[in-house]
Design a protein around this ligand. Sequence first.
Ligand code: ZN
Ligand code: ZN
Length: 152
Amino acid sequence: MGRIFDSKGKLKIPAREVRGEELVVKKALCPEGHNLITDQHIINGYPGIELAFRRENGQEGMVVLSPILGDRTTICLKGHVDEGESVKFLCPVCEKPLPILTTCDYCGEGNIYVLFLDTDFSFNNAITFCSKKGCPNSTIRRSDRIITAISF
Ligand SMILES: [Zn+2]
Ligand SMILES: [Zn+2]
């Protein structure tokens, strides 16, 4: 058995092999199968995820999220969202509301929205993000992590 602590007493965490593409989403589908990845808007070198949104007051807009897991960069194409405001997200192609998995476990106010990574449309093979601007969960995450956390 290898030692689990290094010489300084720190826990050794085995380096997980992560291929570059696992950290960047190449496909993000609405329930109708529209791929919301757009090469019209590049964020930190990668095509972003374009979403339509609707505010509580009815105003509509468009935003591009970073396709990189955990990256907070966004581009607001149209409209405006205040810091701390939660909006409804829609597919910009079919304009259907995007599915909601649960309430955000971090801010308790935002909804955790889901985009599918493949045409199996499985919640286990998806990315999630909180609808509240400024919430740490508003960056995209792999859904299997949050599904494990809420364990249903
Ligand atoms: Zn759609
Ligand atoms: Zn949140």
